[in-house]
Write a protein that binds this ligand. Structure first.
Ligand SMILES: *Cc1c(COP(=O)(O)O)cnc(C)c1O
Length: 484
């Protein structure tokens, strides 16, 4: 057994060294403050009013805008920082926060995330940071296994689903152009065949962003059905109407309805036209872990690439997205670089070859920790709990006179509207003022809606029932006040 290295004589009162900033006790003191402050925040997050009490200008005032000449001890900085920022924090990790698809942080993921920062591994190279890379590689394999995706796929841990989309679509773009005899890495895009980027009319806004980064231009929109699912007949028509390389984007989890595209049929149609198919499953991809949602993800694994977030459904801290590409060489051709000063692995691929960044934190490690904590069953229960809570909220709200649930609640999203747009807006504003439940407005089907995105690991049946009670009371009081 290896002997444990000991640190001696550097504790408080040991005297001697000072000011060199790397004494273990200095870290320990700072971590103690951070742990206490974090526990205080987490202890009250469930019951504190959800919206921030102070705006950014007020917090900046409290932080002080002048950069002082003289520094200050780290522990004091942390105390003052926490004090000043706290009124400006939103309880985004409250189990009754439904504002966007967000998620909270599970304890194992938070602990692992702190260790990641302490270990400070620049997780780009397999041979240099093998510990962190190993945990990430296993996390990646588990994700493929859980989601039923091809085991040979390359997995990259990105900052979020936007960059995961970007990474996977970069592989797709380059590959369809390569098949058309055009090497983007040599020729660039100008003068080459135009890649037709085809999407459903209700894709997520970040899809357009990824397309813009990739020089694909504005996407070609295909009609969708009432729940926002791409119409496969319309997709086939669009593919037939043009020619040349094509990239088709499908969706697992519409942000309003929660709906899933018909993957099996849509992928078949797209592949017949030689297109690469990418699936944006930022939160919805996780439906694949439960047999209850098998029909929603039927044919999912026949696509070419997938993107998801760990910081949404899986509830790890920001930031963690996951890019998955079946054709690993295509991903490496798009994202890899080599340099004489990098000690490249001779086994498989290095982490930096599957993401846009060279330097990166070991953001896959918290994903490992969550999956190890939950196990296969726990992940399934987490996803089913979110969907069950959405169902409870939908049924409870639908029973309130004047409330209409607009979507077919197939997964974790619930969209409601009152009799008219003003009433719906007034409800959302009232919820914000009260602070016990937070759900934001959006526009869907030409109506103002209030959207409940159930994505926090602590949103269980009792929180869902409490949510319904709070909304019911808010509506009653608005009506009593003569507002809606
Ligand atoms: C949240 C989301 C994204 C973007 O993910 P980020 O992690 O914010 O980059 C993309 N698509 C869908 C469907 C989403 O819900």
């Amino acid at each position: 057994m290896l002997e444990q290295p000991r640190t001696r004589g550097t504790g408080p009162g040991a005297g001697g060294r000072s000011g060199d900033g790397d004494r273990p006790d200095e870290y320990t003191e700072v971590l103690r403050v951070a742990a206490r402050r974090a526990s205080e925040w987490l202890g009250e997050v469930r019951e504190r009013p959800i919206p921030p009490r102070a705006g950014a200008d007020q917090v900046e005032q409290a932080l002080g805008r002048e950069l002082p000449e003289q520094g200050m001890p780290a522990v004091q900085v942390l105390e003052e920082l926490a004090e000043a920022i706290e009124p400006g924090l939103i309880a985004i990790n409250s189990p009754r926060f439904y504002g966007w698809v967000i998620g909270g942080t599970q304890p194992a993921a938070l602990g692992a995330d702190w260790l990641v920062s302490a270990w400070d591994q620049n997780t780009g190279l397999r041979t240099i940071t093998p510990g962190a890379v190993a945990a990430e590689e296993i996390a990646g394999e588990w994700v493929l296994d859980l989601l039923g995706l091809p085991p040979e796929s390359a997995v990259g841990f990105t900052t979020g689903a936007t960059m995961a989309q970007f990474s996977a679509m970069a592989a797709g773009r380059d590959e369809v152009l390569r098949r058309a005899g055009w090497d983007v890495s040599v020729e660039g895009l100008a003068g080459g065949p135009k890649v037709r980027f085809i999407v459903g009319a209700e894709r997520h806004g970040t899809v357009d962003l990824a397309a813009r980064y990739l020089g694909l231009g504005a996407p070609i929109e295909v009609a969708v059905d009432r729940e926002g699912r791409i119409r496969v007949d319309a997709l086939a028509e669009t593919l037939d109407a043009g020619e040349g390389p094509a990239l088709v984007l499908l969706q697992a989890g519409n942000i309003h309805s929660g709906a899933f595209d018909a993957f099996g049929e849509a992928v078949e149609v797209a592949h017949r036209a030689g297109a690469w198919v990418h699936v944006d499953g930022a939160f919805g991809l996780w439906a694949a872990v439960s047999p209850r949602f098998a029909s929603l993800v039927d044919g999912l694994a026949t696509a070419d690439s997938w993107s998801t977030d760990a910081h949404k459904t899986l509830n790890v801290p920001y930031d963690c997205g996951i890019a998955i590409v079946r054709d690993q060489p295509a991903m490496l051709r798009a994202l890899s670089m080599h340099a004489s000063y990098l000690q490249a692995t001779d086994v498989g691929a290095d982490p930096h070859e599957k993401v846009p960044e060279l330097s990166r934190r070991a953001r896959g490690v918290p994903t490992y920790a969550v999956l190890r904590t939950l196990g296969r069953r726990g992940v399934r229960e987490l996803v089913e709990r979110l969907a069950d809570s959405a169902r409870t909220i939908a049924d409870g709200l639908a029973a309130i006179p004047g409330v209409e649930v607009l979507n077919d609640v197939a997964f974790t999203q619930v969209c409601i509207a009152l009799e008219h747009d003003e009433a719906t807006t007034a409800l959302s504003e009232r919820l914000w003022r009260e602070g016990e439940v937070l759900a934001m407005t959006s526009r869907w089907h030409d109506r103002v809606i209030v959207r409940f995105s159930v994505s926090n690991w602590r949103t269980d049946a009792s929180e869902a029932r409490r949510t319904v009670d709070v909304v019911a009371r808010a509506i009653e009081e608005l009506r009593a006040g003569g507002r809606p």
